[in-house]
Design a protein around this ligand. Structure first.
Ligand SMILES: Cc1ncc(COP(=O)(O)O)c(C=O)c1O
Length: 281
């Protein structure tokens, strides 16, 4: 009962932390990236990480229409750089990751469960896999400008994400799959040079150590390794607590009234629950 209450009371997601990632991090020395800014070493590292990452995620998402890539301090930082350089109004689905709305309120696009009115003139900020429940879903028909947040990629199996044709930016993070939330690791892909990140990149102005950590993770794990390793535990816990497994291995959903306060979507009785307090991953 105590555990059930714990997952009901946990509004946020607790990212899984594992011993093997901890051991891996011990291999990285800060001195390895004590580079002179402007001499090209940091750019070489970032170019390598970009090429590796495009390949790392290619079975999930094709990034070939997004020629520009930037390091950011997690998706949160990507959201800052987007919102602070974009004056257009934006919209989002109900239950979506709340951070953009904390920086600048957007318009809610849902009018009912699986029933939404998308304004063709407003930018859509949307996460796939979804921050609402950790699940993949199809966005094909959307034709407004899109900011696509793929933060949950690396916590799921391989399924296809087809970015809508007017997708302008795609965000990735290493916080969720690997418990690296405090390291602030993210990548942004764009079709056009980014208004702020492009200038920073020209001056080799990013966190060089962060790029090395992304490299370390991708050299040791494939994009679906965490899901493969932990999905049995997820299924066991879902069985034990009578929950529906999310596509994200450390999340589950439930329509049980008991978890009502964790429902993120008014028109949907599904509550998003984080399994991390129930186990050690
Ligand atoms: C959909 C979504 N995007 C972004 C983030 C934040 O990611 P990061 O730690 O990379 O800033 C979260 C975290 O909860 C999230 O759920």
């Amino acid at each position: 009962m105590e555990k059930k209450r714990q997952i009901r009371n946990n509004r946020w997601v607790d990212v899984p932390m594992t011993n093997d990632v901890w051991h891996l991090l011990k291999e990285q020395r800060m001195s390895d990236t004590y580079y002179k800014r402007g001499d090209g070493q940091a750019t070489r590292d970032l170019d390598w990480v970009e090429a590796t990452h495009r390949n790392w995620v290619h079975e999930i998402i094709d990034l070939s229409e997004f020629p520009y890539c930037y390091f950011v301090n997690g998706t949160t930082d990507a959201i800052h750089h987007w919102l602070l350089t974009d004056d257009r109004e934006y919209q989002h689905y109900q239950g979506e990751y709340e951070y953009p709305q904390m920086i600048r309120p957007g318009h809610e696009a849902c009018v009912g469960y699986k029933d939404s009115v998308i304004d063709p003139d407003k930018v859509l900020y949307v996460s796939v896999p979804s921050g609402c429940d950790g699940n993949y879903f199809d966005l094909e028909d959307v034709d407004c400008p899109v900011i696509l947040d793929c933060t949950y990629v690396s916590t799921t199996n391989i399924q296809r994400i087809n970015p809508p044709k007017n997708t302008e930016q795609v965000f990735f993070s290493f916080s969720k799959g690997f418990g690296l939330v405090g390291q602030r690791l993210g990548l942004v892909y764009t079709k056009e040079p980014h208004k702020t990140l492009h200038t920073l990149k020209e001056f080799e102005n990013w966190n060089y150590g962060g790029v090395k950590t992304i490299d370390l993770i991708m050299s040791n794990y494939s994009v679906d390794d965490m899901w493969n390793t932990h999905k049995d535990k997820q299924l066991e816990l879902c069985d034990e607590y009578n929950l529906i497994p999310s596509d994200c291995f450390f999340l589950a959903n439930s329509s049980d009234e008991y978890y009502k306060r964790r429902r993120r979507m008014k028109f949907n009785d599904s509550a998003r629950l984080c399994l991390t307090p129930l186990t050690t991953w």
